[in-house]
Design a protein around this ligand. Sequence first.
Ligand SMILES: Nc1ncnc2c1ncn2[C@@H]1O[C@H](COP(=O)(O)OP(=O)(O)OP(=O)(O)O)[C@@H](O)[C@H]1O
Ligand SMILES: [Mg+2]
Length: 224
Amino acid sequence: MKAITFVTQKGGSGKSTLCISLAVAAQERGLSVCILEMDRQATISDWLDHRTAEGPEVAQIDATQIEGVMNQLRDSAYDYVFIDTPGVDSAGTLSAIRAADLCIIPCRPTPADLRAFKPTLAAIYRLEKKFAFVLNQTPPRSYRIRDAADGLAVLGILPDVNIVARTDHQDAIGVGQGVTEFNPKGQAALEVRKLWGWIEKRMQVSRSESKQGIKQVIKNAKAA
Ligand SMILES: Nc1ncnc2c1ncn2[C@@H]1O[C@H](COP(=O)(O)OP(=O)(O)OP(=O)(O)O)[C@@H](O)[C@H]1O
Ligand SMILES: [Mg+2]
């Protein structure tokens, strides 16, 4: 089981929306996913209330529960646990970062969003976690995206796909679906599938990096 935490203090950047649509896209690839919702706003529970299709399972938890829940889930049959966090700094946010194998930081290409993730990034660095930005709600094409992408690429990993602002995202959530279910052939669905493909590869890189770590440990042990 691998955990992916969607995190940034900036409200409305797209944590819950991406969490839902990526969970559905992962499910469509045959993976089993559950979502831990740490936000009292309950965007994901509301979404689930409108959902008629099977899965992913959703559970609401608070900061006091996450460590125990994650310990139980580590050896579970889930391929992925997605953790959705609130748009404010809280004890729960820090625990959710701590629990993550990868943190996804959604970010709109606006000066306010680009400034707002700094405390999140500081916490991620402090806890030595892998992370990636996702440029979300972008215009289809603009100098702003290029500037934001250049800035983010310097700070960390940026996928090879941006998520453009499209009504499919809003409409899908409204009827309890992911964008890939709502309009499977639409551009929003294509972008989300591409993003999930990128994230899966990134998780594999994480695994091979940790293998490299072990090789290094063995090498060091032999040399000692
Ligand atoms: N790519 C997109 N295109 C169009 N609308 C989007 C997109 N991503 C998110 N939205 C819309 O933006 C709003 C905020 O998104 P969302 O609730 O996912 O943000 P959030 O980061 O979870 O916010 P909070 O911090 O308040 O939990 C929602 O109305 C959602 O439908
Ligand atoms: Mg949210």
